[in-house]
Write a protein that binds this ligand. Structure first.
Ligand SMILES: Cc1cc2nc3c(=O)[nH]c(=O)nc-3n(C[C@H](O)[C@H](O)[C@H](O)COP(=O)(O)OP(=O)(O)OC[C@H]3O[C@@H](n4cnc5c(N)ncnc54)[C@H](O)[C@@H]3O)c2cc1C
Length: 312
């Protein structure tokens, strides 16, 4: 994509680490490595000593890590701008700050009508990719899609010389990711640390079901900072310059929602990617384009079907 866009998107294919802080986590990582290998992923288990030799700035207290050479990082903001720019150059009209208030079907005209504060748009085909607002737009079509906002908070530090070569998450991150939304307001938490090309550290992240509240909280900021400095002690030297929160589009089965709305020809959904929507954006775009243009995607989309939650 970087070559196609001709814009810097800060793509680094450095591989990624999942670190174990306890013996239990180390056991879980060994199981995860087995699972991943059975799917053909070329992952490695690193002992504490091996980990220290590839990432010497990490605390020596870590027991080991799972290393995946396929992982990497990208600047999602730069990626978004580059993608929009490339789309414009290929004839796409981008309308910013154009909120769709209602989406209706006009059977007589054989099209969909998108009504917004700034006017109306008619279209034969519509792909709803509105993140946590997706269910609201699809309600008039009798669809009840449980895409639930799941807040995530991140701290950003001042820039520093490069001391972390690849992004890392803690093994507890995986546990937090797959926790169910039983307790409203409960904060699940798994550590992630990465250093951007500019040198800032991004320290994340929480997983919280707090409705549409996008504000960072002091409680989470403190927790993130305390956890991160235990794994990467160098962070004690740095100031935090910013904190922010976003809403991940969570689904109860952990899978995105991709496909055509049954009974509404030409109306599609591409949403619900929870914490992986940047990583899964290229494959989602490719499969949705195939579905919309050719009527069939080159990968079986049955597990992601739009009406799989109906009546559950
Ligand atoms: C703290 C945090 C860390 C994350 N880390 C990662 C990571 O490391 N890797 C990764 O892959 N993903 C990560 N994610 C997840 C990723 O950000 C999401 O999965 C992704 O943004 C979802 O993309 P989306 O386009 O489906 O939804 P969104 O990004 O929410 O975009 C939806 C868009 O639709 C617009 N919209 C909504 N309603 C309307 C309407 N009525 N009319 C017009 N426009 C509308 C919104 O304004 C928005 O621009 C993280 C998320 C958080 C919060």
């Amino acid at each position: 994509m970087e070559a196609e866009f001709g814009e810097e998107i800060e793509l680094e294919r450095s591989g990624g680490l999942v670190v174990a802080e306890t013996e239990d986590e180390w056991g879980a990582l060994k199981d995860a490595a087995k699972d991943l290998r059975s799917f053909g992923a070329n992952v490695e288990l690193l002992s504490g000593k091996e980990l220290a030799s590839v990432e010497p700035a990490l605390t020596p207290n870590l027991i080991g890590a799972l290393f995946s050479p396929h992982d990497g990082q990208v600047n999602p903001l730069a990626l978004n701008f580059a993608l929009a720019q490339a789309a414009k150059e290929n004839g796409v009209e981008v309308r910013l700050f154009w909120k769709v208030c209602t989406l209706e079907r006009n059977k007589r005209k054989g099209c969909y009508c998108l009504k917004g504060e700034k006017g109306e748009i008619e279209a034969e085909m519509v792909v709803v990719a509105a993140g946590v607002d997706t269910p609201l737009l699809l309600k008039p079509f009798g669809l009840d899609i449980p895409i639930i906002p799941r807040r995530g908070q991140i701290l950003v530090t001042e820039t520093a010389p490069r001391i972390l070569s690849r992004p890392l998450i803690s093994a507890s991150y995986l546990g937090a990711k797959f926790a169910a939304p039983e307790d409203e307001g409960k904060m699940d938490f798994g550590l992630s640390i990465e250093q951007t090309k500019a040198g800032n550290f991004l320290i994340g992240s929480t997983r919280e079901f707090v409705g549409l509240d996008k504000r960072p909280s002091w409680q989470a900021m403190k927790l993130l900072a305390c956890r991160a400095e235990k794994v990467l002690p160098y962070l004690r030297e740095l100031s935090v310059i910013r904190a922010f929160a976003g809403l991940r589009p969570y689904t109860p089965d952990g899978l995105p929602v991709l496909g055509e709305v049954p009974g509404a020809s030409g109306l599609y959904v591409a949403s619900g990617h929870e914490g992986d929507g940047v990583m899964l954006a290229p494959i989602t775009g490719k499969l949705m384009a195939e579905l919309v243009l050719q009527g069939k995607a080159s990968f079986d989309l049955t597990p992601f079907r739009v009406n799989r939650f109906q009546g559950k």
